[in-house]
Design a protein around this ligand. Structure first.
Ligand SMILES: [Zn+2]
Ligand SMILES: [Zn+2]
Length: 279
């Protein structure tokens, strides 16, 4: 059974609308997907509506919250989130506003470096979605300042670049807690490169973490084995996903790429049933 539990749409920096993504997933015979946009649940209603046309497809409402630890960014997935929950929506709005302020700061820094892109254009490119660095890269690309996205990150807007700007932070354990408190199932996204992962897991688990994304696009068998072992040692379940953003492959992998064992899916669905998310 094809399953993909980490997908982006135009509600953040993905290129397909929620309805287009649903159709693509159904056409590829994927049976369970999760819509997990950056700091946004705004694509979920459209996805849920579109999914009514495809009875064989289960759509899990989700989110991917960006959080920060010193020198790094940790992403926390929420699966089966209650996307109408007001506390969740208010916190996500706060994070998105801080993203906009950061984009504005970075645009100003780029202007200071002699690269004249306009913040209005960056917002236009985000098209109502949570504005991120890919949209700034796009603005640089269309002005011919760079020849591809990677160059934008390497030269200007990567963490150590001259036009990088920080934004309001949320700690990983706070995101885990927010998701758990508002009824969702928190999972650590693409955790392989998190420093001191094993030492951090008990803290996250105490705040409600239920799983780690083990079958992630691009992970080697060795990494998958290591993460499975960690999950096992800490009483966490394993999930997986492609992190699909678009067909250019400049972020995430191809839609439906990962092979998540059916045992992992069963554990997730069992947990969701216990919490009343599924019948
Ligand atoms: Zn991520
Ligand atoms: Zn992602």
């Amino acid at each position: 059974m094809k399953v993909d539990l980490h997908l982006h749409t135009t509600a953040s920096d993905g290129s397909l609308t929620p309805a287009q993504l649903i159709k693509r997933a159904a056409d590829q015979d994927i049976r369970v997907i999760a819509i997990t946009d950056h700091d946004s649940v705004e694509g979920i209603p459209e996805a849920t509506l579109a999914a009514k046309n495809y009875k064989q497809l289960t759509v899990i409402p989700g989110v991917e919250i960006s959080t920060d630890v010193p020198g790094n960014e940790i992403h926390v997935l929420g699966l089966f989130v209650d996307y109408a929950n007001q506390q969740l929506q208010a916190e996500l709005t706060r994070l998105r506003v801080s993203r906009q302020m950061r984009a504005e700061n970075m645009t100003a820094k780029l202007n200071g470096l002699g690269l004249s892109i306009e913040y209005e254009r960056v917002l236009q490119l985000a098209d109502g979605a949570s504005v991120g660095r890919p949209h700034i890269a796009k603005a640089l690309l269309e002005k011919g300042y760079i020849s591809d996205f990677r160059e934008a990150f390497d030269k200007y807007i990567g963490r150590n670049g001259p036009a990088y700007a920080e934004r309001e932070k949320m700690l990983p354990q706070e995101a885990v807690k927010l998701i758990a408190q508002t009824g969702g199932l928190p999972v650590l996204a693409h955790p392989a490169d998190i420093e001191n992962l094993e030492e951090l897991l008990p803290l996250y688990k105490k705040n409600g973490l239920i799983g780690i994304e083990t079958y992630y696009h691009g992970y080697s068998m060795k990494t998958i084995d290591w993460l499975s072992q960690l999950a096992n040692n800490h009483g966490l379940i394993t999930t997986g996903g492609s992190d699909y953003h678009n067909d250019n492959g400049d972020a995430g992998g191809p839609l439906g790429y990962t092979d998540i064992p059916s045992k992992s899916i069963e554990q997730l669905l069992l947990l969701a049933r216990q919490k009343g998310h599924l019948k």
